[in-house]
Design a protein around this ligand. Structure first.
Ligand code: CDP
Length: 421
């Protein structure tokens, strides 16, 4: 599994891409690539060499002889054109317009895209531009599309210009942004547009810190999800090959969503085994003591385990379970609580009743018999029941007795599934 991602940030001018990307790169120790600077360098090169943008032959020659170098640093990249530092020159207004004009030309884009792919091929990059998520890295690990209303963007650019001592009116900046937006998004090749799988971030009312935090959060969650599915796929393979897994009523797996999954509990592997066969992510509850071991804590968090303090009502855990279910995920609860339990706990009834969520009973068999499964005498069996619809208990009052009764009924349904083996 590749650990260093390619992160694509696209969007119109002054939407907050480069500020966010720079800070993210610093935080993640990634390289930041400002692809706009490359088109700006092309614009400058054409200007310095008096090249007519319609003269494709001359442009071709220019691109062949042009060397763009980027020096990466945590404080900001420097860009060199044929050995000369052009980092500040390319930010001037004439080059801004020229960059957008030269960026519509096919041969220019081909050359730049090739260079960008080369730089990003090993991952560990945050690249901002207009076509990173759509053309340069359509398989980027994370794609963001930053937007902001044009007035906000113009104001940001005007403040930047003022700080640099440049004299340019807010109105002129806004006009230039509108012109570039149109030029960039209506061109035939690699127009500015949101990739289908990109996450839109409207930065109009966001602070820089909020923008960075938002993106970091998405990356953190995505990273966890990738690790989670890697673990599930690996485990599923072992379950099939080594435990000779059989799933009864497999077709019911597809409809498992946003519900409480309730299973019997005979082996420590049960939560993982059940989790590995269910499409999508599910969450689990586990005793808080397991989280004392730092290594185990890391692993458990990656597989969506929520710690629960035992022996008293853990309000924190209840809140997290509520959040998980309200966000549309599913959660696995063992009505018996632990493997050694002798009675059913009321907890599952309380969650189902209070949150009015469907319950999906599942029975797991032979998960304690590794050798018998491995040697072919038995097989790991998982039986999926029809769901117990929330409507069937929606009329019940919110009382402890009803929690207990519902929990007992669920356990009964689970145990009945054994007859289907
Ligand atoms: O910083 P700002 O967003 O104003 O512009 P930039 O990112 O430096 O890009 C300057 C120009 O280069 C844009 O207006 C686009 O026309 C072009 N560009 C592009 O076509 N494709 C990219 N990947 C990046 C920039």
């Amino acid at each position: 599994m590749r650990k260093r991602f390619v992160i694509a940030i696209d969007g119109p001018g002054a939407s907050g891409k480069s500020t966010t990307a720079k800070l993210l790169a610093k935080k993640m120790k990634y390289i930041y690539i400002d692809t706009g600077a490359m088109y700006r360098a092309c614009g400058l090169c054409s200007l310095e060499n008096n090249i007519d943008l319609k003269d494709i032959k001359a442009l071709e020659k220019m691109l062949d002889n042009m060397e763009i170098q980027i020096k990466y640093s945590q404080t900001g990249n420097q860009i060199f054109l044929n050995g000369k530092d052009i980092s500040s020159r390319i930010r001037e207004a004439d080059i801004t317009k020229l960059s957008s004009e030269i960026a519509v030309i096919d041969i220019v884009r081909k050359k730049m895209v090739e260079l960008q792919r080369q730089i990003g091929k090993d991952g560990g990059v945050i690249m901002d531009g207009r076509d990173i998520g759509t053309v340069v890295f359509p398989n980027a690990d994370f794609k963001f599309f930053m937007i902001a209303d044009v007035e906000t963007r113009a104001l940001r650019r005007w403040k930047e210009a003022k700080d640099k001592g440049e004299k340019i009116s807010l109105n002129d900046i806004e006009k230039e942004l509108v012109w570039r937006d149109r030029n960039d998004s209506t061109r035939d090749i690699a127009p500015l547009k949101q990739a289908e799988d990109a996450i839109a971030v409207d930065t109009s009312d966001m602070t820089i810190q909020e923008q960075v935090d938002f993106i970091l959060n998405v990356i953190k969650k995505g990273k966890r999800r990738k690790i989670y599915s890697f673990i599930c796929i690996t485990l599923y393979f072992f379950m099939r090959v080594v435990w000779r897994l059989e799933i009864i009523h497999k077709e019911r797996l597809e409809s498992i969503e946003n519900c409480i999954i309730a299973a019997n509990h005979i082996s420590a592997f049960d939560p993982l085994f059940i989790g590995a066969i269910i499409p999508g992510e599910i969450y689990y509850l586990a005793k808080a003591e397991l989280f004392k071991n730092k290594l185990l804590e890391k692993l458990l968090k990656h597989v969506n385990v929520i710690p629960v303090k035992r022996g008293r009502i853990d309000k924190g855990a209840i809140r997290v379970v509520n959040e998980v279910l309200q966000k549309g995920h599913s959660i696995m609860i063992f009505p018996e609580g632990t493997r050694k339990a002798t009675s059913v706990k009321a907890g599952i009834g309380k969650f189902a009743l209070q949150l009015q969520k469907d319950i999906r009973p599942i029975f797991i068999k032979n998960s304690t018999d590794f050798w018998k499964c491995f040697s072919g005498k038995r097989r790991l069996q998982i039986i999926i029941a029809e769901k117990i619809k929330a409507e069937s208990f929606s009329q019940l009052e919110d009382t402890k007795e009803n929690y207990r009764n519902l929990a007992s009924n669920v356990m009964k349904k689970i145990l009945e599934l054994e007859n289907e083996c």
